[in-house]
Write a protein that binds this ligand. Structure first.
Ligand code: XMP
Length: 527
């Protein structure tokens, strides 16, 4: 498969990634300030960064010490090109040492929430913020002298230079992490850099994205045809809606009903999604086929492989049918995928960034399918995709849907997947979802997998009789990106209600348990 060129990106604020996990969060925060941002690896030559005509540059934090052998460095030119630069944590120390300041390994470590003493509340970064503010620190080295021409604007109990700026050269830095929410004025300080330091305007919106993408997709596709695999999830739904808006009936969506969806999801795609978008939809009922292929299989990796393989087969068959139904029409040359920016960044995404994990979605189709890709969301974060979906008029139930794994309930049954177990899990899951929504908790919970431990039985008592049933696990988690997560502290009365309803209403379930594990060490899904 070859990836076709998406729309030209608008001029960006570049976030230089020095490792750890901060760069994505910074890029998101910049976009929350309605300024477009992109991540580049710190190994990219400075000349290449500058050739992108960045509106401003942010240097992220990272795990290294600036004096360590092999620690990432930057050519001094980056600070001399007239482009506003904001260094955070490692980026701050790098700016300090590169420009002649002093950073020492003082043994003065600070981790976590730390009080910051702001000495210049009239400075570009700190104006309008309190003289004392909590910030999130994570460093071993400390800056003891700012470079010539810089004004020191803040300190902590152990770090004499915790922030500095040189307004004339438009260079700014803070020792801490303004991007994390524990730095209570962090967003304001970032916005001060963008608006006051770099003179940018908050004019980037997802509305611009829609227009740009529609134009780009039309130019790319011409009169040819495209297909899109709908999974029922937010990403493929929004990608499909966007492409439909651009090329109308030249797009056909394929929905493979593998029988592993949650209650009501297939109907939602068949009715509500089609009603909202007018898209041409081909639904393939492949439930029997998936159940047969999964019969007798308990191993999670094996299940994933089978589901992936069957999905591809069904999809290829559907594609052949679409061609056969209108053989004289223009060729089906394009495949629409709902790839998001974090997928692109984490998979190396052409930026040279380290490959953290490669993404295998079901619906992620094999390399040898002869398609060119249309990936209209590859510059967007999840919350931005939801905004695009809203602007395109998609139903709330689809736009606000929690992330759901491609292999569906197949990996939420620990043990063999059977029709009976799927039906049972669907009921339990529907109850949990209904109660979470009724309690107004959807916004607080990133995702709440409901898992059936089909291989576990325990004794219970229901009515007057002994039961020997299965447990259901509730796994409510809070997260920003699913890479890390914490279990959500949910109100007990909501848990009680879910538990009572599931044990009363779902046959063969006599226990409901709560998973109180963060990620790491646990993953979100049980599999
Ligand atoms: P884990 O279990 O790895 O899950 O902590 C992280 C996030 O990824 C989702 N997930 C998947 N999404 N295809 C997907 O599209 C998959 O195969 C898949 N496996 C896990 C999971 O629901 C969680 O949001």
């Amino acid at each position: 498969m070859s990836s076709a060129n998406p729309a030209a990106a608008p001029d960006a604020v570049l976030v230089v990634d020095f490792g750890a996990q901060y760069a994505q969060l910074i890029a998101r925060r910049v976009r929350e300030a309605r300024v477009y941002s992109e991540i580049v690896p710190s190994t990219m030559p400075v000349a290449e960064m500058l050739a992108k005509n960045p509106k401003a540059i942010i240097l992220s934090g990272g795990p290294s010490s600036v004096y360590e052998e092999g620690a990432p460095q930057l050519d001094r030119e980056i600070f001399e090109a007239g482009v506003p630069v904001f260094g955070m944590c490692y980026g701050f120390q790098l700016m300090a040492t590169t420009l002649g300041g002093t950073v020492d390994n003082t043994g003065a470590r600070e981790y976590g929430r730390t009080p910051l003493h702001v000495s210049k509340t009239s400075s570009t970064l700190f104006e309008g913020t309190p003289a004392e503010q909590p910030v999130w620190m994570s460093h071993g080295d400390a800056c003891s002298a700012a470079p010539d021409g810089f004004t020191v604007t803040a300190s902590t109990d152990v770090v004499p230079v915790a922030a500095f700026e040189n307004d004339e050269k438009k260079l700014y830095g803070v020792q801490y992490h303004p991007e994390v929410m524990h730095s209570t004025h962090g967003q304001q300080i970032l916005e001060h850099f963008l608006y006051r330091g770099a003179g940018l305007r908050p004019d980037w919106t997802t509305g611009n994205v829609i227009e740009e993408q529609i134009e780009a997709i039309r130019a790319q596709v011409g009169e040819k045809r495209a297909i899109c695999g709908l999974s029922g999830g937010v990403d493929s739904a929004v990608a499909a809606a966007l492409v439909q808006k651009a090329i109308g009936s030249q797009l056909t969506c394929v929905y493979v009903d593998h029988g592993l969806m949650r209650k009501g999801e297939t109907e939602q795609v068949e009715k509500d999604f089609v009603a909202a978008t007018g898209v041409q939809l081909k639904v393939v009922d492949a439930q029997e086929r998936f159940l047969e292929a999964l019969a007798g299989v308990s191993d999670p990796e094996e299940k994933r492989k089978i589901i992936g393989r069957e999905f591809i087969r069904v999809f290829e068959q559907a594609q052949a049918e679409i061609v056969a139904e209108a053989p004289d029409d223009h060729p089906v040359e394009f495949l629409v995928q709902g790839t998001l920016y974090p997928d692109v960044v984490e998979s190396g995404g052409g930026t040279g960034t380290a490959n953290i994990k490669s993404h295998h979605n079901v619906g992620g189709l094999p390399e040898d399918l002869e398609f060119k890709l249309i990936e209209p969301l590859r510059k967007l974060f999840k919350d931005e995709v939801r905004m695009v979906g809203q602007e395109l008029g998609l139903p709330e139930e689809i736009v606000q849907r929690q992330p759901f794994p491609g292999p569906g309930l197949g990996i939420r049954i620990v043990g063999e997947v059977t029709k009976e177990r799927l039906d049972l899990l669907r009921e339990a899951d529907a109850i949990a979802r209904e109660e979470l929504t009724a309690a107004g908790l959807d916004g607080q919970i990133w995702q709440c997998p409901v898992v059936l431990l089909a291989d576990v039985r325990s004794v219970g008592v229901q009515g007057d009789g002994r039961t020997y049933g299965h447990p259901i696990v509730l796994r409510p988690v809070s997260s920003e990106d699913a890479m890390t997560a914490d279990w959500t502290r949910m109100p007990y009365d909501v848990l009680a209600k879910i538990s009572t309803r599931i044990t009363n209403e779902v046959k063969d379930v006599n226990r409901v348990v709560l998973d109180v594990t963060s990620k790491p060490p646990g993953t979100i899904e049980w599999e």
